[in-house]
Design a protein around this ligand. Sequence first.
Ligand SMILES: CC(C)(COP(=O)(O)OP(=O)(O)OC[C@H]1O[C@@H](n2cnc3c(N)ncnc32)[C@H](O)[C@@H]1OP(=O)(O)O)[C@@H](O)C(=O)NCCC(=O)NCCS
Length: 171
Amino acid sequence: MTRRHKYTTEYNARIVLRDVTEGDLPTFFEHQLDPDANYMAAFTSKDPQDRDAFFAHWAKILADDTVTTKTILYDGQVAGSILSHGWFGELEVSYWIGKEFWGRGIASGALTKFLDQNTTRPLYARAAKDNTASIRVLEKCGFTVAGEDEGFSNTRGEQVEEYILKLGGNE
Ligand SMILES: CC(C)(COP(=O)(O)OP(=O)(O)OC[C@H]1O[C@@H](n2cnc3c(N)ncnc32)[C@H](O)[C@@H]1OP(=O)(O)O)[C@@H](O)C(=O)NCCC(=O)NCCS
C-alpha cells in the first residue's frame, strides 16, 4: 500500500461507519484479545479473556442512549469500533481497530467520519503517552494536547501516564 492513496475519496469510500449489531461483538471480542493492542491501549478491562464480562459491558453500551457507537467496516469487513461517551463527565471518544487492519489509515478515516457525523464539542480523548499511533490519529483529526493524567494500567500492571487531548470548545 502506498501512503498517498490513504486520503483519496476512493480510499475513504472503503471505510464505512454503521450501527453496531450483536453479530459484530464476537469480532470485537477477538480484536481486544490481542496483547500488543492491550499494551497500547493500556487502560483496558482487567481480563480481556473474560467473555462474559466483555459481553455484559457491550450490553450496557448498547442500552445506553448517551453513548454513540459505530462499527467500522473496511471493504465490508468488521475492522473495529468507535464510540463516544460521557461516563467520566466530559464527552470522550475512543476506538479500537483489529490488528490485522492496522496501518491502513482506518482509524484516521473512521475518526474523520465520526467527527463529521457527531458535532458536539468539546470532545476529549485519552491516550497513553507512548501510544504514538493513537496520538497521531487524534492530532491528524485536529485534537491538541490539553492535559495529562495517569492511572493504573491493568495490562501493564503499573501506573501509566497519558495525554488528554481535546477538539473544539475554545471558540
Ligand atoms: C491506535 C490504533 C487505533 C491505530 O489504528 P490504525 O488504523 O493503524 O491507524 P491509522 O493507520 O489511521 O494511522 C496511524 C498513524 O499513526 C502512525 N503510526 C503508527 N504506528 C506508529 C508508531 N509506532 N509511531 C509513530 N507513528 C505511528 C501511522 O504512520 C499513521 O500516521 P500517518 O497517517 O501520518 O502515516 C490501533 O493501533 C489500535 O486500535 N490499537 C489498539 C487500541 C488502541 O490503542 N486504541 C486507542 C486507545 S487511545
